[in-house]
Every structure is written in C-alpha cells, then in structure tokens.
Design a protein around this ligand. Structure first.
Ligand SMILES: C[S@@+](CC[C@H](N)C(=O)[O-])C[C@H]1O[C@@H](n2cnc3c(N)ncnc32)[C@H](O)[C@@H]1O
Length: 234
C-alpha cells in the first residue's frame, strides 16, 4: 500500500512513522509513506496556501489551486482520496478494515486554519473522515491516526500477533476483555483466579462476560438493550 499525505506540517509526522511497528512495516515494504507539502505547488514569492473566506468571517481557508496540484501530482486511476475533517463521516474500525482491504493507494488531505475550499471536497475527495467529535488545529494528527489503524491491518504488519487482531475491541462489536500478566500478586491486587486454572472454556466465558460488562459501562451505544440482557445471562 502507498499513502500520500498532503500536509503543511510533514515535520509533525516524521517521527511518528519512524517508530515501532509502522517503521517495521515501511522497512518490510508493506507500506510506503510520502509527504507532499502544498506550499511546493504555489507560484508566489510567499508560497501562499490560504486566503480569507468569501462572505466574511474569521480565519483563513486553504486555497484550491495548491491542493488540486498536490493531489494531481500523485493521483493515479486507483487512488482513493480522503479529506480529514471534523465534519466528515466517523472513522471507525470497520472503515479502517475496508480501506485496508480495498485500496492500494490512499491520498490524505490535511486541512489547516478554518478548513479548505469546498471545491476541493466536491471534485477530488472520495471520502471525508472525522476521527472524533472535537476540533484539532490541523489534519496531520488525524492522518496519522487513520494511517496507523489502516496499516496495522495489512497482512504481515503485526506478524506473530496477527491472531490477536481478530479478537480486539470492535471486531466482534464489543470492547476487548481485561488482560493480566505476571506477577500474580502486585501490591494488594491479584489476577482473577479463573485465569490461572487453565480451563479454557471457563476462561472464555469469563472473558466474554467481562467484555460485555465493560462495553455496557464504557460504550453502551455499541450494544442494544436486548443483547445486554441476553448475553449477560448466558
Ligand atoms: C481548525 S480545523 C477546521 C475546523 C472547521 N472550521 C470546522 O469547524 O469543521 C482545521 C483542520 O484540522 C483537521 N481536523 C480538525 N479536527 C479534526 C477531526 N476531528 N477529524 C479529522 N480532521 C480534523 C481538518 O483537516 C481541518 O480542516
């Protein structure tokens, strides 16, 4: 997979992609990351990428020309263009899965200031994505979040831990169960006994029950009332 990130702030992302699992994925040629700065597609002395909004109002808007040219510099037939935006569709695990399976080339446009000229969205963006109901100063972190969630689903990226991906939060519609490791007793806190007994059927039941309880507590929106009552009683 190739990911082109169009951002005014590539320096924000360099170290992110040069660490840990993402770095390994790049070194193994499972993904390549490329930064494109819209300033390189301006022709004025000051490399201007923004201007005031028509109709008035505060802040600045990213101009269409540098963004169009930046996208066109890397776009091929199969490219899929994403604009990171608080007013986009919610980014969820299922969206990460679909992007990871269906596309070999992602182009991510990061906004800044008050956003970008609507004509960019209307004519060259395939999907507007929001990483949550809050407003960031620019789209670089959002592009990093989406890239991370997509890249780790590419076969070979997680490697030996790949089985674990199938049992994570959201993959079966609920949150993950609690996990413990050594020591068995830490300060006054002990690992639940069921996990030490080696009975995999009991362990499995305990984990499902814990996962459901955690989902009800932290994310009741993920689980319908009927499911809650049915599953917690089994
Ligand atoms: C200050 S924000 C613009 C906010 C815009 N005026 C609005 O109210 O929807 C600047 C840029 O940060 C990025 N951004 C901010 N919050 C985001 C979020 N929750 N998800 C994705 N991108 C976000 C977008 O690229 C956006 O164009």
């Amino acid at each position: 997979m190739k990911i082109d990130i169009i951002t005014l702030f590539p320096q924000m992302l360099n170290s992110f992609f040069e660490s840990s699992i993402l770095k390994r994925a790049i070194n193994k040629n499972l993904v390549s990351i490329n930064f494109i700065n819209p300033r390189d597609f301006t022709d004025d002395k000051h490399h201007t990428t923004d201007d005031r909004p028509f109709g008035g109002g505060p802040g600045m808007i990213m101009k269409p020309e540098p963004l169009f040219l930046a996208v066109e510099s890397v776009k091929i037939d199969k490219s899929f263009v994403i604009f990171l935006s608080p007013s986009g569709k919610p980014f969820k695990q299922e969206v990460a899965e679909s992007l990871s399976i269906s596309h070999q080339h992602l182009i991510m446009i990061c906004g800044h200031y008050e956003g970008i000229d609507e004509r960019v969205i209307q004519s060259i963006v395939d999907l507007e994505l929001s990483i949550g109901d809050y407003v960031l100063t620019n789209g670089a972190l959002a592009a990093a979040v989406v890239s991370d969630a997509v890249i780790r689903l590419i076969p070979g990226v997680i490697g030996a831990g790949e089985e674990g991906i199938k049992n994570e939060s959201f993959t079966s519609g609920i949150l993950d169960f609690p996990q413990y490791t050594k020591p068995v007793k830490f300060r006054d806190m002990e690992v639940p006994e069921v996990l030490l007994g080696g009975n995999h059927e009991l362990i499995n039941k305990w984990r499902i029950k814990q996962a459901i309880e955690k989902t009800i507590e932290n994310r009741p929106d993920l689980i319908s009332t009927n499911d809650k009552n049915d599953e917690i009683n089994t």
